[in-house]
Design a protein around this ligand. Sequence first.
Ligand code: GRF
Length: 257
Amino acid sequence: MGAVGGAGIVADGRPLRRLPRIGGHEAFVRPYKRVDRTEQASPRKGPVVAAKPVVKRLVVLVSGSGTNLQALLDAIAASGAEAFGAEIVAVGADRDGIEGLARAERAGVPTFVRRIEDHGTREEWDAALTEAVAAWEPDLVVSAGFMKILGKEFLARFGGRIVNTHPALLPSFPGAHGVRDALAYGVKVTGCTVHFVDDGVDTGPIIAQRAVEIRDEDDESALHERIKEVERRLLVEVVGRLARHGHRIEGRKVVIQ
Ligand code: GRF
């Protein structure tokens, strides 16, 4: 499993601390640098200097309208990056001409595009995407409506810190048509899931979920819009908490510290 599996060291060189085995699962924690906002130098050591809070670096990946990206941009602008705990340093996409990229450009956030069709193989595309994201040295990668499966190299480099949002209550209705599949199945409650990415399709450890009721008159688009209202708020809340507090993954369980 790519995201949180065996390796004790990730490719970016930052060490993962191994925790005691819990319920037979391996567990690792990536110690986030903590800064005491009230920390001041003692009078004997020199002038009083307040430490600056740590602001985590986010790269957001999009493929479409980018309303989840916009929710993150708005939340960070409203509270300020320091209070939110993170800033968006770049936005990447797998295609040109999408509203998600336009939203980033309007907010003054750098963008990059890596299209599969410009690369000989899927592996070459994955390597190119990995390099493009790595150049921004992200603490977290947020897949916000990114409609491509991330490859082995990407998972090896960023595993355990790639957050995805999915418009259904996983493990029900994974894949590209989570809203349509829930409607077709006839469930009465669906929702959204924010989870870490592993090497399966929407199978990684779940961080948070919210329910949305299905109405008799719902079609796919009406239901998806209602889910997205809830999903945007959940994504903002989760990304902020991860950035400010850090997390650990114990088997399938995500604990925000
Ligand atoms: C979201 O519902 C996401 O879960 C799904 O695609 C939608 C993206 O919406 N994978 P947007 O591009 O953020 O508006």
